[in-house]
Design a protein around this ligand. Structure first.
Ligand code: ARG
Ligand code: ZN
Ligand code: CA
Length: 254
């Protein structure tokens, strides 16, 4: 019998002393909205913004659950607020902030929200693939791309068209072993048979765009389209994710 895998999650909110719910110190509700979106998307839950009826669409059978214990065994809500005493993170700083705040990557999926500045300013988020450094493992996004405006209680700070939580759905896809649908161009480098090859990233929400002789699956979470446009992981992508959770990231699934 198949069992849905529950992945324990910690969200590190890196800030500069702002009151909770302002600036980089995003509200609990904004954090939790991101987790809701990931669960809607990975479980392909009917009636949600991520639901799709595509024949190749999959319930990935993975859920994300806020950690209830810290690595030391203390109760937690899974949100770790850290005042880094500086106004944001550039690419030189972010790996060191990750290393200073990470919880054991074999027991938790680590997520970071922080204000992206300097050479990070144009970036939505990034991920570490399976098999990388234990000191920096996890997924990171800018605080205005973390969460979904669909659940805004008036405290959210999000930047359309990347305001529906799909940056982290995409980054967690990488973290669990998925490549971009356009990886390798028309040679089909994503190593997934049921995603059509795509020559270049798609942006916005194009209709009927064709490359490599087939219609691009622009709705795939692993393309670069707008958040409202994305709604599918495929069965082939699910197989890759399940293999990672049975292999290099099996600690998360136990
Ligand atoms: N550019 C980023 C990456 O390659 C994320 C793109 C996310 N797209 C989105 N619609 N939120 O990892
Ligand atoms: Zn990507
Ligand atoms: Ca493919």
């Amino acid at each position: 019998r198949r069992v849905v895998i529950e992945i324990p999650l910690v969200v590190h909110v890196l800030h500069n002393g702002e009151p909770i719910g302002t600036g980089a110190n995003i509200s609990d509700a904004q954090v939790l909205s991101q987790v809701t979106v990931m669960n809607e998307d990975f479980r392909r839950i009917m009636g949600t913004p991520g639901y799709n009826t595509h024949a190749d669409g999959a319930d990935v059978e993975v859920e994300f659950v806020m950690a209830q214990r810290t690595p030391d065994g203390c109760p937690t809500n899974g949100i770790n607020r850290v005042n880094i005493c500086q106004d944001g993170t550039n690419s030189a700083a972010i790996d060191s902030w990750k290393a200073q705040t990470i919880w054991d990557r074999d027991l938790y999926m680590n997520m970071w929200s922080s204000k992206y500045v300097g050479d990070m300013a144009g970036i939505l988020g990034f991920a570490q693939f399976p098999g990388g450094s234990a000191a920096t493992d996890g997924v990171s996004a800018g605080h205005t791309y973390f969460g979904s405006s669909d659940y805004d209680d008036g405290t959210f700070q999000l930047s359309p068209p990347y305001d529906k939580g799909r940056t982290m759905t995409h980054e967690v896809g990488h973290y669990l072993g998925l490549f971009h649908t356009f990886q390798g161009g028309c040679n089909g480098g994503d190593q997934v048979a049921d995603t059509p090859a795509v020559d270049n990233p798609n942006f916005g929400c194009p209709t009927g765009h064709e490359s490599c002789g087939t219609i691009d699956m622009i709705e795939n979470y692993m393309d670069y389209t707008d958040d409202t446009c994305m709604n599918i992981f495929t069965n082939g992508q699910k197989a890759r994710v399940q293999a990672v959770l049975a292999g290099v990231r099996s600690g998360l699934a136990s």
